[in-house]
Design a protein around this ligand. Structure first.
Ligand SMILES: C[S@@+](CC[C@H](N)C(=O)[O-])C[C@H]1O[C@@H](n2cnc3c(N)ncnc32)[C@H](O)[C@@H]1O
Length: 394
């Protein structure tokens, strides 16, 4: 099992060529294909650069994926859209599971730390918006990690990233797509990021990362780090991956996603509105910038957080002759760029919906990143005539 490569959708002309060449050499199909691959590996030809521009629509190629820390499926939406087959999903929160089931017809498995990596089906893409946790380590460097049995990976023990890394190690998906808060880069003076990148590189993955602000796609300032890693055993040392360029302006505006009529229950009570104003005044006097955010209807909002349900203070919508109001859950869905089919099918309480949208990946950003991954996969299939699932090589 451990040293196999599964090649799907081999074009007819390639199959005919393999068959006639191997017969002439009195070789089995396996011997012949391996000898061709060995020759190619020895020649170490530089790879041509990616021929597809970011705007080009990559061909649909069949692939499978898993959706970890799935939440409400911010990653799943584009992966489904590009024709992927979801073969496993995991989400611990029962309310998020409920939304996920309603939206994708599938109940995710629960706590990923309780699931044996070997029991997870093989897949081409592993997607995960894992929660960021501190790795309690001091002065990590490549040098001092080498003394450990598993390099960087052992430094993440007990964290959810360790769980993700173990799944990658066992299943060796050709592509890994991760999303996290922007602060992952600066967390613990950069050590957390160093450990994550080092762990992936130790496992022979090429790692690309970029902070992307969703404001180019939806009317919300939401900076997140996107990490895309490619198995070097499949794609070689330098896969020509590029992150998307933002779409052409004009940027979307808040006013375009607001509902025309909104229930009064979303208007702040006098008590809460006074509290927020007093709180802001107190912090302003101390020279701090904390406070509520009255949104500019023609602009973009601050980042919607998972605690929005508490007081809505980060995004308040001004109203004529009334206290400001919170966004409705439907407006939050739009602010994250979830399509109408999801906006109109919210199956949990307002509190849970705010929490879910505040935690979610912006599907439109994930879509733009996925498109680039698909372009690379399509390019790879064209170059090599094959791929996709590569299992652990000895
Ligand atoms: C940052 S959110 C990811 C949201 C998701 N990417 C989306 O688009 O909605 C992290 C998610 O991981 C889930 N989670 C945390 N610990 C988990 C565990 N041990 N097993 C499975 N899911 C977990 C949380 O409930 C949360 O929904």
């Amino acid at each position: 099992m451990g040293d196999q490569i599964l090649v799907r959708h081999v074009p007819e002309n390639l199959k005919t060529w393999i068959e006639s060449e191997r017969q002439q050499r009195y070789m089995s199909q396996q011997e012949f294909v391996l000898s061709v691959l060995q020759d190619a590996a020895k020649s170490k030809k530089p790879q041509p650069s990616l021929p597809l521009t970011p705007a080009a629509t990559p061909e649909r190629i069949p692939f499978s994926f898993i959706d970890l820390f799935a939440g409400i499926g911010g990653f799943r939406i584009p992966l489904d859209r590009f024709g992927g087959e979801c073969v496993f999903s995991s989400e611990i929160n029962s309310y998020s599971q409920k939304t996920y089931k309603a939206w994708f017809g599938e109940m995710p498995s629960g706590d990923i730390t309780e699931i044996s990596p070997a029991s997870i089906p093989d897949h081409d893409i592993l997607a995960a918006g894992f929660p960021c946790q501190p790795f309690s380590i001091a002065g990590v460097s490549k040098k001092n990690s080498l003394g450990h049995e598993h390099g960087f990976k052992c430094l993440t023990q007990g964290t959810l990233f360790f769980t993700v890394a173990t799944i990658i190690e066992v299943k060796r998906p050709p592509v890994v797509m991760l999303e996290n808060v922007k602060n992952l880069l600066s967390h613990d003076q950069g050590r957390t990021w160093q450990v994550i990148k080092g762990t992936l590189e130790d496992m022979e993955y090429s790692v690309f990362h970029q902070i992307i602000d969703a404001a180019d796609y939806v009317p919300q300032h939401r900076e997140r780090i996107y990490i895309v890693a490619f198995d070097k055993r499949v794609f070689g040392e330098n896969p020509p991956f590029e992150f998307p360029t933002p779409p052409a302006k004009p940027r979307p505006r808040l006013i375009d996603i607001l509902e025309p009529v909104v229930n009064d229950k979303y208007t702040l009570t006098d008590h809460l509105w006074k509290y927020l104003q007093d709180y802001a005044a107190k912090h302003k006097a101390k020279g701090n910038g904390f406070g509520f955010g009255l949104a500019d209807l023609n602009g973009i909002t601050r980042t919607l957080s998972a605690r929005y349900y508490k007081d809505g203070s980060e995004i308040l919508i001004p109203q004529k002759g009334k206290n400001p109001r919170r966004l409705t859950p439907k407006e939050c869905a739009r602010l994250l760029g979830f399509d109408e089919q999801y906006q109109n099918h919210i199956v949990v309480s307002d509190t849970q919906a705010y929490r879910q949208f505040g935690n979610a990946v912006v599907p439109k950003v994930a879509d733009a990143v996925t498109r680039q991954v698909m372009a690379l996969l399509a390019w790879h299939v064209k170059q090599r005539g094959c791929l996709l699932k590569a299992k652990t090589a000895a």
